[in-house]
Design a protein around this ligand. Structure first.
Ligand SMILES: Nc1ncnc2c1ncn2[C@@H]1O[C@H](COP(=O)(O)OP(=O)(O)OP(=O)(O)O)[C@@H](O)[C@H]1O
Ligand SMILES: [Mg+2]
Length: 296
């Protein structure tokens, strides 16, 4: 992992400011048992079966998971094991076939109907930034605020703050096509943060980026998480990325997706790239990789 980046005309040179330890006490840093911690998200007994023309696909089976408020959970597993399905169930885009989803102790589905007020507090980021090409960066970031009826002056101020948070100051008036892939993803993260989400759900948000940009985005995301205190569920194919970012790594087994293991990551925060050279980090990555290999 490296933080080196050569500044270019289109790449903002932004380094996340250091996070003071007292700014944010990540739940994973405490020995407090999960039961006594405020819950950000909870799924219980979740099953998901897709009905297709060629028959049913049992994608998730009996998923029980609690994510503490402000906690960062990474979700890993083989391709097709149900990570996206679980994230879509968590985000309210997909109804579970069975089981319950709660956000901040509130049920997300009541009698098969989605409670939109619960999901309004969620921010979503996918592999593709999905920005509107005809809107500037600022207007893209401000869009969720516009949809909520926030005044133009207020939403422009807030969107500019968010652009600064993700290192896009100076690019507010650029169009998505004028940005690099990493910058577009930052804009997508800023947009997801616009409504101060209590939960941020991210599905391989850096999967399409080159390795160096991805490393840098990991540092930035760590900082954003630390200062915002948002609950994060982060899907990735990269075990080292999962370990670097998370308070806990959840590993799913395929067909149907079940939780195989939950690994606490007790590495101190904030984490710098040097942590990846430590024996502790290496052992965590090797242990998780071994579990994945056992799936073959
Ligand atoms: N809309 C759908 N209709 C039918 N089957 C689906 C649908 N979406 C996903 N599936 C099936 O559900 C299973 C889990 O898919 P999912 O996309 O959740 O996996 P994933 O872990 O995100 O994979 P990847 O790492 O490749 O993104 C797969 O067998 C897939 O074929
Ligand atoms: Mg997926």
């Amino acid at each position: 992992m490296t933080t080196q980046q050569t500044p270019t005309a289109t790449t903002p040179t932004w380094t996340p400011p250091p996070v003071r330890r007292d700014e944010f006490d990540a739940p994973g840093d405490t020995a407090e048992p999960m039961g006594s911690r405020a819950v950000g998200l909870r799924v219980a007994g979740v099953d998901k079966t897709y009905a297709t023309r060629r028959g049913d696909v049992h994608a998730l089976s009996n998923i029980d998971l609690e994510v503490g408020r402000g906690e960062f959970v990474s979700l890993v597993g083989r391709s097709g094991c149900g990570k996206t399905t679980l994230l879509r169930v968590l985000s309210g885009l997909l109804a579970p076939t069975a089981g319950t989803v709660e956000a901040g102790e509130r049920p997300a589905w009541v009698a098969g109907r989605r409670d939109d007020t619960v999901f309004a507090e969620f921010g979503l980021v996918f592999q593709e930034a999905n920005l509107f090409p005809w809107f500037t960066v600022l207007d893209n970031v401000a869009l969720p605020l516009k949809l909520r009826g926030v005044s133009k002056a207020q939403r422009r101020t807030r969107a500019a703050e968010l652009c600064a948070t993700v290192g896009l100051s100076g690019f507010e008036d650029s169009y998505p096509r004028e940005l690099s892939g990493g910058m577009r993803q930052r804009a997508a993260i800023a947009r997801a943060l616009a409504c101060d989400p209590s939960v941020l759900l991210m599905d391989e948000p850096f999967g399409a980026l080159d390795a160096m940009t991805r490393d840098r985005m990991n540092l930035e995301l760590q900082h954003i998480h630390a200062v915002s205190g948002t609950t994060v569920v982060f899907v990735t194919h990269s075990i080292s990325e999962a370990v670097f970012l998370a308070d806990r790594v959840v590993l799913l087994t395929p067909r149907p997706g079940r939780i195989r293991s939950v690994t606490p990551i007790d590495l101190p925060r904030p984490r710098s790239v040097e942590v990846e050279a430590t024996a502790e980090f290496g052992e965590l990555v090797v242990g998780l990789r071994r579990q994945l290999d056992e799936e073959d």
